[in-house]
Design a protein around this ligand. Structure first.
Ligand code: PHE
Length: 464
């Protein structure tokens, strides 16, 4: 039943056996929340861009990219789980909806129009359904490079970079950074770099990003202090000093690599991934003499912190009770409108008799194990086998297609293997709750029936 062609922004693409992008996802391509005036995603983008003066800001790159751009150019191994059809939306075998803004890094380096740049864009990933995950979200990529061949006589590249570090404002926050800049096994220096170069690049990167965090939180604090709600105001006053920490990370296209975490409401929260750009990436982008850093930050997560927005679906709302609250001239605390009642419904089923291993639904594939990493999750998951039956993300897709944004979350609540027959049974709880109105019993039941039928017709499960 797959169409022969998909048309996206007037461009046609042949489909094939890899095609897995549903029309609900294609419909979001035109929304461009990061470019919509006074939308919180756009305001957040501009706020971060303001910390990168002199950089070139790209905001209009097309979301359809090649597998080469999204994965190969960045050194993703062929068996990386990010490449699988369970995680990524394929238009066809060679073409995907970008899963991250890093897909454009090599092209921008190749164009060589500016030493510093940002790229903000919508990105697409198949994922669990809950209040902080949505299959479309927004990222900002940032990068800065220095040209080895343009270092003045009598100076080293590392000295030149350190001079730029000194020009950055000194962030006024508590920073924990316990690890050495490089570590031979955990976070290696790249061959073409000296230790001094890596240290200088890392210092420039970390200070730049710490300044972003300071900017966001000072704005959040101002907004809270100006709130008409007493509680919010008092909370803002009693807040502890801002605390962040750098932890070691891994990405196929940076080394050494880090993640930045913010201490927020009692927990450490990952907000971005970054590192020293892999030299082969720059070589392949015809920029072999350049050395520098890159980061990727998830804009929804930052906007949720900044405004205290409790549910990621709200960003897609066209309801004026949401949209009218935001003004790019002044950051104000979001005032939630009343929460409509939830309508939970369970669906329990036996899996088809042939149960393949690994990648398909198992008890361990519950949606809590999906990496909630800031910009990604492309980084550190274990390799996955090609899928034969179905993956938990396929269930999520059915739920989204049948119920759209009327589902708050989907959780695996029971899992059971029959002792005699060895058949496996799963039970998912689907929590129906609209952000915009009260769902009637009938509406919830209709959506639920549709989902039950789809599970049978698409995956051959036996309902219990
Ligand atoms: N693209 C990475 C992700 O989505 C984030 C990242 C960008 C990491 C740039 C390092 C450098 O997870």
């Amino acid at each position: 039943s797959r169409p022969k062609e998909l048309t996206i922004h007037g461009k046609s693409y042949q489909t094939d056996s890899w095609t897995n992008v549903p029309s609900t996802i294609l419909e979001t391509v035109s929304r461009k929340l990061h470019q919509q005036d006074n939308h919180p995603i756009s305001i957040t983008r501009k706020l971060i861009e303001s910390r990168f003066p002199g950089y070139q800001h790209h905001n209009d790159f097309f979301p359809v990219v090649t597998v080469g751009q999204n994965f190969d150019s960045l050194g993703f191994p062929l068996d990386h789980p990010g490449r699988s059809r369970t995680d990524t939306y394929y238009i066809n075998k060679h073409t995907v909806l970008r899963t991250h803004t890093s897909a454009h890094q090599a092209d921008v380096f190749r164009a060589n129009t500016s030493s510093g740049f940002t790229i903000s864009a919508d990105v697409y990933r198949r994922d669990a359904i809950d209040r902080s995950h949505y299959p479309v979200f927004h990222q900002m990529e940032g990068a800065m490079t220095w040209d080895r061949n343009a270092v003045p006589e009598g100076k080293t590249l590392a000295q030149l970079i350190w001079e730029d570090v000194e020009k950055l404002p000194k962030p006024d926050i508590v920073v924990e950074d316990p690890n050495p800049t490089t570590h031979p096994e955990r976070n290696p220096l790249q061959k073409p770099h000296t230790q001094e170069e890596a240290e200088a690049v890392a210092a420039h990167l970390k200070r730049s990003l710490e300044n972003v965090v300071v900017e966001i939180f000072s704005k959040a604090k101002e907004a809270a202090a100006a709130s008409t709600i007493d509680e919010v105001r008092n909370q803002a006053q009693s807040q502890e000093p801002l605390k962040v920490r750098w932890i070691e990370a891994y990405f196929p296209f940076t080394s050494p690599s880090w993640e930045l975490e913010i201490f927020w409401q009692g927990d450490w929260l990952e907000v971005l991934g970054c590192g020293v750009i892999s030299q082969p990436l720059l070589d392949n982008a015809d920029a072999p003499s350049r050395v520098g850093w890159a980061f990727g930050i998830g804009l929804e997560r930052i906007a949720m912190l900044l405004y205290e927005i409790p549910d990621i679906r709200l960003f897609w709302s066209k309801d004026s009770r949401f949209l009218s609250q935001f003004d790019e001239k002044k950051i104000c605390r979001f005032v939630p409108f009343s929460k409509y009642p939830a309508a939970p419904r369970d669906v329990a089923f036996w899996l088809p008799k042939v149960v393949p291993q690994d990648d398909v639904v198992t008890a361990t594939a519950s949606n809590t194990s999906t990496s909630p990493s800031p910009a990604g999750g492309l980084a550190s998951e274990a390799a996955a086998a090609p899928t034969l039956a179905f993956h938990e993300n396929d269930i999520m897709e059915i739920v989204r297609s049948a119920a759209g944004d009327s589902v708050e979350d989907v959780t695996l609540v029971d899992e059971f293997t029959h002792p005699k027959t060895g058949r496996r049974s799963l039970c998912y709880r689907i929590n129906y709750r609209s952000l915009e109105s009260t769902l009637t019993k009938e509406q919830a039941n209709d959506m639920h029936d549709k989902i039950r039928q789809e599970l049978v017709s698409k995956f051959g499960v036996e309902l219990r």
